[in-house]
Each structure stands twice: as C-alpha cells, then as structure tokens.
Design a protein. Sequence first.
Lengths: 142, 85
Amino acid sequence: MTTLSRKCVPFTPFDRELSKTTIAIVTAGGVHLKDQEPFNIADELGDLTYREIPPDVDSSQLMVTHHHYDHSDADEDINVVFPIDVLRDLEAEGFIGGIAKKHIGYMGYTMQLKAMYEGTAREIANEIDKASRADAVVLTGG
Amino acid sequence: MKGIPTVLITVSPEVSGQMRPPRALYPKGFKIGNSLGRPGMRDLQKKVLRDALSLLTQNTRPGEFVTLEYPEYGEQYEPPRVKKL
C-alpha cells in the first residue's frame, strides 16, 4: 500500500479528449436506489458503506439518506447532487464520450475518518478502477 | 492502480480543501445540497458539469480550486467555514 504524505495532493494527469472520455459519478451526498438499503443515519459514527448505482438507472428511482444537509432540493431533482441525467445530456451532445458502467453513492458524514480514508475510499476507487470503465470521475458532496 | 483523474464540484471549498482534492470547482454562492444548481435548472446544471469536466483538460495546479460565478442561480449563500479548534 502506498503511503502518501498528509500534505500531498494525489494528482492524476488527464491526457484524453473529453469527447472520448467515459465519466463516472461518485457522490458523498447519500444517494442510493430506493430499493437499496438506506444509509444508517442512526449511528452517530456515520455509515462506512457505499451503494453501486447502475448506468441505466431511472433517476426517479434514486433517493437520498443523509441527515447532515438539507436534501429537499435533491428529493425534487436528484441531479443537483447526482447529475446522471445531466451526464446523459452531455453524452447526447457529444461533449463526453460515454457514461461509466458503475457509479457510487455514499454518505459523506463520518466520525471514522481513518476507516473512511483507508477503507471505504480505497474500496470505491477499486470499484471504479476495476469495474466501471471510467476514464475520469466527477465527485460531488451534498 | 495507476490512478483515476477526478474533479470535485463543491459548495464548501474550505471544508473540502482539507481533503486536498486534485481539481475542484466552486460554483460561487450555491448552497449546500445544490452542487449543480437548483432543481429543474437543467441548462445551469449542464453548464456547471461542463465547466467541472473542462477542468480536467486545463492546466490547473494540483489542489487548485477554481471559483466560477453563475448569476442565473439567483440568491447567493455563504459557504460554511472550517471551525478553528
């Protein structure tokens, strides 16, 4: 495992054209499918798990479980934190090349920073790296 | 793993900055829960996402936050500050 200085910015260069790039979304905004298990907001330490969201998801089937921001706007239009329909528009107009095979939602509130940073974050990066075919990732918070 | 290029859209630049994201867009004055804009404002949402993705192709300094203004968003909000211990 590579250990990075706490002051290091882990910068990966981008050397493609956007019109040939496949994009994945990773959000800390507590987004998940309505039929997936909600994040555990009862645990004051937070929830270290994440949910996989498929590329062909109907955005009306997404919801937010997160009690540390006002997600009433996301309840109305999930694209304000998880821009999957917006990404589809950008694909249709040729601005990007495609939409990744896997997207991720997690609840970006935790009192277990070390476990989030060394565990969850690495697991999410592996999901994206191994199974999403994404060339680049858009990260959003709440 | 060779690493995956990322770009963050954040409405809390000071808070997000603590995690040292490699590239970040702060849409100025957007409130928490409105990373891409307000509900139904698809043109604005597209603009914000295009601007964020475009940061991938620009020669930004690692860790740099780019602030852009979107007057069509309407009422502006102050971003949260990091609490000093």
